[in-house]
Ligand binder design. Sequence first.
Ligand SMILES: [Mg+2]
Length: 389
Amino acid sequence: MTPTILHIDMDAFFVSVEEVLDPSLKGKAVIVGGSPEGRGVVAAASYEARRFGVHSAMPIARARKLCPHAIFLRGAHKRYSEFSARVFAILEHYSPLVEPMSLDEAYLDLTGCERLHGPAVATAQRMHDEIRDTVGINASIGIAANKLMAKVASEFAKPNGCFRVLPDQAARFLAPFPVGTLPGIGPKGVQQFRRLGVRTVRDLAALPLEFLEEVFGEWGAQLHDKARGISHSPVQPREESKSISRETTLEEDSTDPQYLESVLSYLLEKAAGQLRGEGLRARCVTLKLRYSDFKTVTRSRTLTVPACEDHILFATVVDLFRKLFTRRTRVRLIGVGLTSLTREALQQMDLFDTPARSAGRETLYAGIDRIRTKYGFRSILRATSHNEE
Ligand SMILES: [Mg+2]
């Protein structure tokens, strides 16, 4: 049986939530993220703001230059988590196989559900309308035979559409697109391919497997498959998360600690959002840095009490960063990982406000205060201080 995989992606999610709460924002250039002092990075931008070149993960200062008339909002993770939970509740009504990728993005496996729900495109449209009517947010949905093509299809459907790529049309559909359309190929990859004379997916598909393996090692075989729209990665429902990580290759290698910390904060928010979305807590936090010479280093720390709060996890990862980062070598890639995930601790902590819990919290806050004292209050929570207490 050919699989039916959906990729559901909310359009400008954080901005859309703000618009639901304050409809006067609709149709305006709205940018969420950063601090009132104008530091940090863009977490989300409305389509009106994007027309000026603003995009996620861009430094707020640059967004201000590109789009000075935009409305800048700090954002609040708690609100976004709540809206996200409502969206996921709808998705899980359609299939138990839902894999959250972030607060606003998920894969869903509808294979074999046609007798129950009807044709996939009609089901996707119904899902789209239900999210719009009950949560008030537009989604774009891609439908295909695997996750790779579903993701490309949802991107193609944006904003506010549903789009299906038929299984036997995948390679033909992909061929004319720029190679950067393929998930996993970022701006750096695009540059690298350009040097090889590869601009479109068609160019990539023309390269022999042996050549790709010689140039890219293990990644070569994956690229060979991707160029043909082939992917075998299964949709893994939320219970199976053993770790949650987010990483990004920087647009330009950097030694600027302030910039690197704000990127870290952005990645942490995404990872922690997924963590909370899955009702989990993490006991172990990992920082990953890859330098411009491709040397990769990681540092981990185990928390005394598993946590899911941005400010606790961010304080940990930023402390690891400050101990590790010497500014001598430029950073090419930065990432954060959350492991030793537990559900049990969450239930205990949420159901019973035990003395042990308060004591644990006090220890944590004391830890944050120590770091704050050492490095300054703002420096630690600069970009993520969504204090939800
Ligand atoms: Mg989105």
